[in-house]
Design a protein around this ligand. Sequence first.
Ligand SMILES: [Fe+2]
Length: 341
Amino acid sequence: MDTANPCGIRGIAFTEFCGPDLGQLERLFLAFGFSKLHRHPARDIVHFRQNDIHFLLNGEREGHSADFARAHGPAISAMGWLVDDAEAALATAVARGAEAVPAAAKDHAYPAVWGIGGSVLYFIEVGVDVYARDFVPLDQPIVQQDKGFLVVDHLTNNVPIGGREQWAAFYKDIFGFTEVRYFDIQGAKTGLTSYALRSPDGSFCIPINQPKDEKDQIAEYLREYRGPGVQHLAFLTEDILASLDALRGSGIETLEIDDAYYEEVFERVPGVREDRARIREHQVLVDGDADGYLLQIFTRNFIGPIFIEIIQRAEHLGFGEGNFGALFRSLEKDQERRGVL
Ligand SMILES: [Fe+2]
């Protein structure tokens, strides 16, 4: 066993969604440029794909995902992680404190443990083609030109006050994630603290957000989602401006950024090679340091309180900490509009 990577994690295999309105989720996936390709022959589960991002849409009316949709509304009910050996990953995870999911609670015949907020975390062996093995091609697939989204760069968990240590320990002690960053962010009226953890193979990160008070956006999420869960998924693109051009007319809305933001950002991050007028026009956020930078943008709440981030990295491994102030102001404005603050 690799002591630094005890469960042999190699990346994210899929993210599974459920909810009361599957049509709405399907429209969002298609708007983002996913292709609709396969269905499960025995269960109401459909597979969408864009490059190495695989989404499953679970419409089962009984069982875990149905219960999950009733409890949370539109939600992420399961995730698959790629591992070297699925049975060994399960045995190791359980030996290190995870709890195995019984067969009756699973919609896929892969070993699994309980994850954040009672979601299911499946172990999928590298090289196993889930869609060729367990699914069949749709009679009428919807094949689309992709919009440049390559892989899930990171996913963020929201947990209640006091939950951060518990969930950081889950990822660190069981799976060998390591802490890469700690933030303490203060907006004008609200704030949050966050730990960022990196998977032991380095392929993705899980920042964990904890609210500072009952009014901030994390607390609002926890009320709406009715528990801890995934706050956002970040899609990696190599050309965020081209991806945003491709999203034009899709109806996907991103957060508005103050014009004032662009008056100083290129001084703060001077090395940006992309067209600055187009960055401003698309309201893309910029962050970085002497070694590199990243470009990022956030959708409005997208699936219940879950949103999507789009990120392009140029030799920079952060999460946009330098933008959190600007972003918080934008989110606070949004909360004010909705009467929460
Ligand atoms: Fe993020």
